[in-house]
Design a protein around this ligand. Structure first.
Ligand code: ATP
Length: 365
């Protein structure tokens, strides 16, 4: 699945954006390190990673706001690495929106078209269309400083969409909004992308946002593109410990590869676990809390692997309970829906945490 970073999934068509061996250095800092990436036409693609991982720099290179130090960048098949931003079929929505505060919504949205000397009648049509796409009808004459955060965000989107870009670049566009509005806008942005049908490349450090909205996600760390895949592929089959930890909650058990279908856990017990990383490789067994099961130690089903520990605490989350089980060499979380019945161990009790082979993935340590 890795190797080419999941890029084979878009190989049959001309990619909207194609980065080949792209590196960006700022002095001695390698902000983006030898990245290969193909983003398909019409895709909602999220670049995800912690602060400083190089996601904004990658986006700015696609926008033409930074030049790559090395490598090739194509937009719809055309070499674009050195084209100025206004010669690329892309537009960017910045986190701070960069609106003119004293100007009306309409003037803000029309600004770019006026600069390009588009005929007035066409400007009026296109501005009307963009404003209706982002559902701001009725607010055309409002100054942007008189708008709420969510409304400003829509103006910024309309101002980018009015140029009819083939690729829309969004740099943490929901970052300035409070949690509730942010969640609302996630749904709206996804719906908007479906409606306009153009490629969206979205930068975020929020894994939940990426999982909710993106068709595919590229996970970056320290300038390296670690994995590219659908939300389900990345969540179910993270390629290494970093990705497993960064996307969702997970339990990671240290282990060593014994053969391609057996690993040895840190407690010396051999268990089934598929890996092609080679005998002797240090790995981690990734077990998501919702895929882990819990029984009394003498009641573990025959087809399950298990470890035994002591229940340290139970965290109440309303719709779920999280059980923390402590072993000498590891700590595990088990998440259960909050439903009546079933096994409810007490704190201090000895419990088995168990799993079936399909519940785990073996990842690079
Ligand atoms: P954040 O989420 O905090 O914005 P990011 O993942 O977008 O982070 P980048 O802004 O791409 O990260 O930065 C990647 C690395 O490059 C960082 O170490 C950063 O300090 C460095 N960097 C970015 N821009 C410059 C610049 N103009 N000059 C020097 N170093 C830079």
């Amino acid at each position: 699945m890795m190797g080419d970073g999941g890029n084979d999934q878009v190989s049959d068509q001309v990619a909207a954006v194609e980065l080949t061996a792209i590196t960006k250095r700022f002095g001695s800092v390698v902000a983006v390190d030898n990245v290969d990436l193909k983003i398909a036409d019409g895709e909602f693609f999220a670049l995800l990673g912690p602060s400083g991982c190089g996601k904004t720099t990658t986006l700015r290179m696609i926008a033409g706001l930074e030049l790559p130090s090395e490598g090739s960048l194509k937009i719809f098949g055309d070499e674009a690495g050195t084209l100025p931003p206004n010669k690329r079929p892309v537009n960017t929505v910045f986190q701070d929106y960069a609106l003119f505060p004293h100007m009306t919504v309409e003037v803000n949205v029309a600004f770019g078209l006026k600069m390009q000397r588009v005929p007035k009648v066409e400007i009026a049509d296109r501005v009307g269309e963009a404003i209706s796409l982002v559902r701001l009808e009725g607010l055309e004459q409002r100054r942007s400083q008189q708008l709420s955060g969510g409304q400003r965000q829509r103006v910024a989107l309309a101002r980018a969409l009015v140029n009819r870009p083939k690729v829309l670049l969004l740099d943490e566009p929901l970052g300035a909004l409070d949690l509730k509005l942010r969640q609302e806008m996630q749904g709206e942005l996804k719906a908007l992308q479906r409606e306009v049908g153009i490629t969206f490349v979205f930068v975020t450090h929020d894994q939940e946002e990426a999982l909710t909205m993106a068709d595919r996600i590229g996970v970056l760390n320290e300038g390296e593109l670690l994995q590219v895949g659908t939300p389900a592929e990345i969540y179910e089959h993270p390629v290494n410990r970093f990705v497993a930890n960064f996307i969702g909650q997970t339990n990671l058990l240290d282990a060593t590869v014994v053969s391609n279908d057996t690993v040895c856990l840190a407690n010396g017990v051999h268990i089934p676990g598929k890996s092609d990383l080679g005998v002797g490789s240090r790995v981690a067994v990734c077990l998501r809390p919702e895929r882990a099961e819990m029984q009394r130690p003498d009641e573990v089903p025959a087809d399950h692997q298990s470890v035994v520990g002591r229940l340290e605490s139970v965290t109440y989350l309303g719709n779920a309970l999280v059980y923390t089980v402590v072993l000498d060499w590891a700590r595990l979380e088990v998440r259960r829906e909050n439903q009546p019945g079933g096994y409810r161990p007490y704190v201090g009790e000895e419990v088995a945490v168990s799993w079936t082979l399909d519940a785990i993935s073996v990842v690079r340590a």
